[in-house]
Design a protein around this ligand. Structure first.
Ligand code: APR
Length: 308
């Protein structure tokens, strides 16, 4: 039997995610949105590309949760994107209402699904989804660090004129300006970038990564990034569906790991058939620990605002 992935929110990120999953024939896809006609139209367009992609999976657009029933994975992208001069945190209350409604519906229709949360501010939305659904925390995961890492890899590849495929990195902490990229664990085919780049260059690439989302928002003027976010979601979906057990930085529930309790934050995790199969802990330096703590505090501030 083919796997079923439902995507809630048929906007830019949702539809791009649907496209990539269908194009690679990873699973059948259901694209759900409250807007009448939008998910149906986008799904039909994607379905009509299948003969050209040699893909035989199905894709359906809908306004009914019944069609998402018993999904293996549900990706939550419903909500509002940023406008110029907005931080991800400015979306808090509007998106919390959406995510609460969506996640309680999903919990009823797909009680065994693994949920991937994309809606921003993502770390807090992941925590809200987990609380609302009462799912095991292994089955509620936030997409953020994998995207931040991809951005840093892209910038490094341009700086070094080396394929981004050969660049690896870990970004910890919240998916916001307080993210914690780790140059020590950023390598080119195993060579730490601290060996080959000046600190000043590394710092400037890290700063660009921190505001990577905002850079795109300010260019687009309306809407935020979606190609790379969708690609990041699809890597997570693939690792889960194929039980690849790949390691990605994702927002996961911390229960003592990295010295934090009862909070969703970006850390390296192993993603497999069970969802988050484990959190990988690395020893941080004093300075990295301080940055991680600061990032955690800014996520906790938002959690408090939502009274979670
Ligand atoms: N249920 C289902 N869909 C909803 C709901 C709801 N309650 N409320 C809004 N939506 C839908 C909208 O109709 C829209 O089609 O969510 C979609 C959001 O799409 P876009 O506006 O294109 O936003 P997008 O760029 O996809 O970003 C979605 O992901 O990366 C984050 O910050 C981003 O929070 C934002 C989210």
């Amino acid at each position: 039997m083919r796997k079923k992935v439902s995507i809630i929110g048929g906007g830019n990120v949702g539809a791009s995610t649907a496209q990539l999953i269908v194009q690679t024939a990873l699973a059948d896809v259901v694209l759900f949105d409250i807007a009448d006609g939008i998910p149906q139209g986008k799904a039909l367009d994607i379905a009509e590309a299948c003969p050209l992609w040699n893909s035989s999976v199905s894709v359906k657009g809908t306004n009914s949760y019944a069609d998402t029933k018993d999904s293996d994975i549900v990706v939550i992208t419903a909500g509002f994107p940023r406008k110029p001069n907005m931080s991800r945190d400015d979306l808090l209350h509007a998106n919390a209402d959406v995510v609460k409604t969506v996640s309680s519906a999903v919990a009823k229709t797909s009680p065994n699904a693994i949920l991937i949360v994309v809606t921003n501010p993502m770390d807090v939305m992941a925590q809200l989804t987990w609380k609302t659904t009462e799912f095991s925390c292994k089955r509620v995961i936030g997409m953020g660090g994998i995207l931040d890492a991809a951005r840093l890899r892209a910038f490094l590849s341009w700086e070094l004129n080396i394929s981004p495929e050969d660049i690896e990195t870990i970004v910890l902490g919240g998916h916001g300006d307080q993210m914690v990229p780790l140059p020590r664990f950023t390598t080119v085919k195993g060579i730490a970038i601290t060996e080959i780049l000046k600190k000043k260059t590394i710092d400037s690439l890290i700063n660009r990564t921190r505001s990577g989302g905002a850079e795109i928002v300010s260019l687009l003027k309306s809407g935020s990034a979606y190609y790379a976010p969708a690609a990041a979601v699809v890597q997570m979906v693939k690792s889960i569906l194929l039980d690849e057990k790949r390691m990605f930085p994702c927002a996961a529930y911390l229960n003592g790991e990295y010295g934090m309790k009862d909070v969703y934050l970006g850390v390296p995790v192993i993603l497999g058939r069970e969802g988050v199969e484990r959190v990988v802990e690395v020893k941080l330096t004093k300075e990295e620990k301080a940055q991680f703590k600061k990032s955690c505090a800014s996520v906790r501030k938002l959690i408090k605002k939502l009274l979670l």
